[in-house]
Design a protein around this ligand. Structure first.
Ligand SMILES: *Cc1c(COP(=O)(O)O)cnc(C)c1O
Length: 253
């Protein structure tokens, strides 16, 4: 597995490091400017680099540039990449599962995910809780899996996310699960929707959630194209792929 990283030539690593350090600096400046425009403390918004479709060697480069959190959206790709990166002994990495998760993959994700951003049903929460408790018992992890509830902003089941009406019972279920820790809310604006209106709705739902669960302070919102709008509406985590890594061969959900 580590061949994935070791096989990259020194020249290629140097070139990619220059590229990523430039896009990273630009992105951090963009986030800071978004915070200033929104009248927010720049430290209140974290960048989550999304490394899907990009090799483990890019994760290693970003690690050397100081990043510790990484987002992945496809279970198989992520599980292989986590193993490749683990072989490099880069300590202190926190992996985030941000994509749709199938129930039968919850167990394997519970072994590597620090945070899962995409829990949208009680059945999925139950499966992840079982996997997390097994991983805790086996010593594969030391802390519960942090969970963000993915909420649907248009109630279209095809896009993923729990309908807003079902958010409160799902939050109760996650808060009561010993293997999970309720940490906040995540959403992806509906296709074609005006992101400002979508993020405003999300902010309202987050305020409601916080009333019952004051610990659920994370708001995972904003991507390459809309992070300023998300920051204006209270995002605490922006999930950025393209603007940092470059274009992907194909787009994913
Ligand atoms: C790919 C992905 C992102 C990053 O999207 P970009 O537009 O490339 O920044 C964010 N969130 C989720 C859930 C994703 O799958």
């Amino acid at each position: 597995m580590s061949a994935d990283i070791e096989s990259v030539s020194a020249e290629a690593v140097a070139a990619r490091t220059a590229e990523l350090s430039a896009t990273l600096a630009g992105l951090l400046a963009r986030i800071d400017a978004g915070c200033v425009a929104a009248g927010r403390d720049p430290n209140s918004v974290r960048l989550l680099p999304v490394t899907k479709f990009f090799p483990a060697s890019d994760v290693a480069i970003l690690y050397r540039l100081g990043r510790r959190d990484f987002g992945e959206s496809r279970e198989q790709e992520a599980t292989a990449k986590v193993a490749a990166v683990r072989d490099e002994e880069l300590s202190g990495i926190r992996w985030h599962m941000i994509g749709r998760l199938q129930r039968n993959k919850a167990r394997v994700v519970a072994r590597w995910a620090h945070t899962v951003h995409s829990i949208d049903s009680e059945r999925l929460a139950t499966a992840l809780d079982a996997g997390a408790r097994d991983a805790l018992d086996a010593g594969d992890r030391t802390d519960p899996v942090r969970v963000l509830l993915q909420v649907s902003l248009d109630d279209d089941p095809a896009r993923g996310g729990v309908p807003a009406a079902d958010l409160a019972p799902l939050a109760e279920r996650v808060a009561a699960a010993p293997g999970l820790r309720l940490s906040g809310l995540m959403a992806i604006p509906p296709l074609g929707a005006e992101s400002d209106a979508a993020f405003a709705r999300l902010a309202t739902l987050h305020t409601l959630l916080l009333a019952d669960h004051p610990e659920a302070t994370d708001l995972s919102a904003g991507m390459s194209g809309d992070l300023e709008s998300a920051i204006e509406h209270g995002s605490t985590v922006v999930r950025v792929g393209t603007a940092l890594m470059g274009g992907r061969p194909i787009t994913s959900a």
